[in-house]
Design a protein around this ligand. Structure first.
Ligand code: GLA
Length: 697
């Protein structure tokens, strides 16, 4: 039931340790933040209220507005900009109703623009047991004329930053994703986004904000659940408030909203921790584990044949790899790109998803049966949204790709992008993948996406103009259908590495491939950034060969294994060439991983030090606190390690009981010692990483 408008009233949403309080001021034109932080934070003068003079601005430009139209904030930026068919703007709302649940976990506040009839419901939800607030907006055109949504932000988040704002963000490129960086924002704005129709390699739809005087204290985060084009900006005003705007980027132009039409904007999620970026990472982990629901189980150890055979996939070599993988303790064998007709390199084949009989002369079924006979589950790579011009699919359906006016289409990796917003293309993509899963005995899919969208149109020019929205909506639907119909199949989301990681995918895929770069020290930085925004069950990681494709700095096999064990362990090396000693070592690591992966999946993570510091470790504490798993890496030069007189590196552990005893072999530490002084690790040229499991009595 909708309650009538209630100006002046406050509503508090309660998370596990946090609260988020909003109010509609007496004028009823907008919703305002009162406070966002630990329980009790709303009990006092609002840290974000501004009641000083606003010379040359409007009151709305300085107010901590939750969802602002351009009438509210004519100068400092609105979340929503809507125009009429004749190009007039300035939609301004009046508060019309509210719904709040008794548990203080859901709130919906209604507004209507009396001139155009546009309605907006601003939604809030705090999932039980978390410290995140999910926010989204439903727009309805209840007027009589068409409207155009010019800017479609999902939310504005207000953060008090009286001493300046420290922004943490993640930048990257292919093979160098998730680079964690910090920017100090005194005044003005900072913006990141993607116009590529995919979250992209360049930035992650994630931002953290804290006050410049608080190095490791209260930290706020924002992330977007949208698998297309997006934007996040942060602007700090002269009054010391940083306002983060987050939402879709309307790359295809304004969205048409005919009378009676509705539009739901993607969920923007805010997170709060009083424990710095590291604490914020745990808030995100808890949220994503909840998104995974019943599917949050330790992932199988996999082998992926990409780096061993590239496109030269054929039954014999794959079975040779599978046989060795099984001996090492691998559980799922994944055949990557190259298994289907016409796919001998990256210039042809995409679109024709039939196993190549020349590569599997006894049949694909027989091949899969042979893999299974080794005791392995079977996985397959697909990239169903893309097509090579040299393929049967493109010859039959050239109209299915994004294109403009008969102009040349921009190829990326020799391929075009299918227009997934078209119902017949969505049907093709779904039935292709669904058909493979029904036809063959498959337990695991790696779903790739190796190009952004370049063309802003479709050849016949018909259909919805919101190509980005239609593509993303159908992608999500297909993932959901596949999960429903094939609940036992795990799906790894990949986009030329980590270009498709957002909260919407975290709710639909089981694991992410974060980067094609598995070079040890590069990978360390990638994983370190990734884990700040994503839970360990989403982190797919392979042990590959030295020196590797990207990072030739020498590291031991142990380093590579301990690194991959920080998430979901896989092997991507050419294990046919491994010596018996290497295979024995690998089998040992795989066995150890199986002992700790429940702690990696469910444990509380602490990111200690960093890839550019002498201390670098990830700590996972089991939910029952009886085991503390520490994965640690030597980040310095390997040749000189341990040769000069030195003391051990100490890794200060976190969240331990100071009075408890923690054992590791014949060592016995107090929790107090491990927290205050740290766990000692010694590095040498042959010992550059460690997995230490501390057991609590
Ligand atoms: C992308 C992926 C790789 C591999 C290749 C196959 O680059 O990120 O892991 O699957 O495609 O072509």
């Amino acid at each position: 039931m909708t309650a009538p408008a209630a100006t002046g009233q406050r509503w508090t949403l309660r998370g596990a340790h946090t609260e988020y309080t909003v109010t509609v001021p007496a004028h009823g034109r907008w919703l305002e933040l009162v406070a966002w932080g630990p329980h009790g934070v709303s009990d006092g003068p609002s840290p974000v209220a501004y009641d000083g003079p606003v010379p040359f601005l409007t009151a709305g430009d300085a107010a901590p507005i939750e969802y602002a139209t351009d009438a509210d904030r004519p100068f400092t930026g609105a979340d929503l900009v809507v125009e009429t068919a004749t190009g007039e703007r300035r939609v301004g709302f009046g508060h019309t109703g509210v719904r709040a649940d008794a548990e203080q976990r859901e709130l919906a506040v209604d507004f209507t623009d009396p001139v155009t009839g546009l309605r907006a419901t601003v939604h809030y939800r705090v999932p039980a047991g978390t410290d995140v607030v999910q926010r989204w907006v439903e727009l309805t055109n209840a007027g009589t004329a068409s409207l155009r949504v010019v800017r479609a932000g999902s939310a504005g988040f207000c953060v008090p930053t009286p001493h300046g704002a420290l922004l943490s963000h993640q930048w990257g490129q292919w093979a160098q994703e998730f680079q964690l960086a910090q920017v100090e924002l005194g005044h003005g704005s900072f913006a990141i986004g993607s116009a590529q129709g995919v979250p992209g390699h360049l930035h992650v739809p994630w931002l953290a904000v804290r006050d410049a005087a608080e190095a490791a204290g209260p930290t706020w985060g924002v992330a977007l659940a949208w698998t297309g084009s997006w934007e996040i900006s942060a602007e700090r005003d002269t009054g010391g408030l940083t306002r983060v705007r987050v939402g879709r980027q309307l790359v295809d132009g304004p969205l048409e909203l005919a009378p009676g039409d509705g539009l739901t904007l993607p969920v923007a999620t805010g997170a709060y921790s009083s424990d710095g970026l590291d604490g914020l990472a745990r808030v995100w982990h808890t949220h994503q584990r909840l998104l995974a629901g019943e599917r949050l189980t330790p992932r199988p150890v996999l082998y992926n044949s990409w780096e061993a055979t590239y496109f030269a996939v054929e039954a014999e070599s794959q079975l040779a790899l599978a046989g060795i993988a099984a001996e090492l303790g691998v559980e799922t064998f994944v055949v990557d790109d190259g298994w289907f007709v016409g796919r001998d390199d990256d210039t042809a084949g995409l679109g024709d998803w039939t196993p190549d009989p020349a590569k599997f002369p006894a049949g694909f079924d027989a091949f899969i049966a042979d893999v299974r006979a080794l005791g392995l589950n079977f996985g397959l790579w697909v990239e169903p949204e893309c097509v090579n011009p040299r393929s049967r699919l493109y010859a039959e359906h050239p109209e299915w790709v994004y294109a403009v006016d008969g102009r040349p289409i921009t190829p990326v990796r020799n391929q075009y992008l299918l227009d997934l917003g078209r119902p017949e293309v969505a049907e093709f993509v779904h039935s292709t993948v669904d058909g493979l899963l029904r036809r063959y005995d498959i337990d695991y899919l790696k779903w790739d996406f190796n190009r952004p969208r370049t063309e802003p149109g479709r050849p016949d020019g018909v259909g919805p103009l919101d190509l980005d929205g239609a593509h993303v909506a159908n992608l999500h639907r297909i993932y959901e259908r596949l999960r429903r119909d094939h609940p036992g199949v795990l799906i790894e989301a990949c986009a030329g590495g980590g270009a498709r990681t957002d909260l919407a995918m975290a709710a639909r895929a089981d694991v992410f491939w974060p980067s094609d770069n598995t070079g040890p020290l590069d990978r360390l930085a990638i994983q370190y950034g990734f884990l700040h925004a994503n839970a360990p069950h989403l982190l797919s990681s392979w042990v590959t060969d030295a020196p590797g494709l990207f990072d030739p700095r020498p590291r031991t096999l142990a380093f590579r294994f301990v690194l991959a064990m920080a998430g979901v362990l896989g092997i991507g090396a050419d294990i046919r060439a491994w010596t018996p000693a290497q295979r024995a070592e690998a089998a040992g690591w795989v066995a150890r991983y199986k002992e700790i992966r429940d702690v990696v999946t469910h444990g509380e993570a602490h990111l200690i030090g960093g890839p550019d510091q002498a201390r670098c470790a990830v700590q996972y504490t089991a939910p029952d606190e009886r085991r503390v798993v520490v994965l640690a890496w030597h980040t310095g030069r390997l040749d000189g390690a341990g040769l000069l007189p030195s003391r051990p590196v100490r890794l200060p552990l976190r969240g331990l009981d100071p009075a408890a005893r923690y054992r590791h072999g014949d060592r016995d530490y107090s929790g107090s010692h491990l927290s205050a002084v740290g766990l000692p690790v010694h590095w040498s040229p042959t010992h550059d990483a460690d997995l230490i499991v501390l057991r609590r009595d």
